[in-house]
Design a binder for this molecule. Sequence first.
Ligand SMILES: Cc1ncc(COP(=O)(O)O)c(C=O)c1O
Length: 425
Amino acid sequence: MANSKSHLKKAKNFLTSALVFHTPVKALSAHGLYVEASDGRTYMDLASGLAVSNIGHAHPEVVRAITEQAQNLIHSGCIFHYDSIVDLAERLASITPKGIDKFFFSNSGAEAVEGAIKLARITTGRQGIISFLGGFHGRTFGAITLTTSSARYSRGCHPLLPGVYHAPYPYCYRCPLGDTPKKCSVQCFTYLETMLTREITPEEVACMIIEPVLGEGGYCPAPKEFLVKLRELCTRHGIMLIFDEVQSGFGRTGEWFAAQSYDVNPDILTMAKGIASGLPLSAIGASKKIMSKWPPGAHGTTFGGNPISCAASLATINVIESEGLLQNTQKLGKVALRELRKIARSHPCIGDVRGMGLMIGVEFIRKDGTADAPLLQEVMAKCLDKGLIIIDCGVNKNVARLIPPLNITKAELLLAIEIFKEALT
Ligand SMILES: Cc1ncc(COP(=O)(O)O)c(C=O)c1O
């Protein structure tokens, strides 16, 4: 077995430089909240494989479902029918926001986003797409056009998909329009309305795609008022409202989907990450009426919705339900916010602590309020030294994102926060 140093050398030799690993940790195995590494240490994982291992690594129920399914049927490629894909679609219809009741399965978040904007264009017969500044929707061509959390994803790739417009995201801590949360009257929404009179008419807009809780762009929940207004605007003009819940879905915010936390229903929903506890799976959900406009064969996939991923997803949903993990997320999310805000009061380098459920962002700032990415990097390195894995996000890479598995215990969570505090101090 290669040690970490020789492994990293081999990785450098044979893996593309485009692929960036968040830590130098070489995992040998991972169970629940913990990663056993080649350096002999055990790390507490507050990154959950990028918000994927929502019920912890290698949950026994998921392992059992994968094993059983693999022993019977691994692949279909839509050549023949099988149970797990239909059972999963039926199950998703019972947990997704109201009005979402038919599904298309693919392999990754970006693929779901690509399919969702295709569906919106086909359904409406319009071309315009509006996404929101700071959003992240993936790294394929259509998805990088929508993505504005960093220009590095599209650098050297222009021209991108035509017909895409970007509106400000209501990132209230750093208001894109210079307002403050106290006196804000949802200026971003007014700006969006102006766009619809100056840049593109609403009759030409197929869809608006938004992360209800900004993920990669800074772990920032949109204010409810903004999403309610967005819903009304889309309904008024026959525009498809797409919620990209690739990151915020599957219990992360304390409901199955953030849409339910906000009580705002999208027309189209994209999901991935936590859907199958680490097996490649994503889905586009929409109403029967919208899905019926997608002609047979207009979209397809060889691997999407493969039997094993679907079985893993069904097991994941069962575990979230049977272990009461939505409730645990709501409860511990409040504990985390309270404890982190306490720390922020005595550490002026923390400008903001925010989040929903166990999707929590801690924003690092300098004395003048500007983003302090180097300090966060230092804190993350110290956390890693102390056996805690935390990753960053944010347009300026100055936001620590805390995304533990939803079945973390209160004691484990408090210990992780204590380590984070020690690293800060
Ligand atoms: C909101 C959102 N959409 C889409 C994606 C892309 O997903 P994937 O990396 O599986 O293509 C991500 C990934 O981080 C995401 O957070």
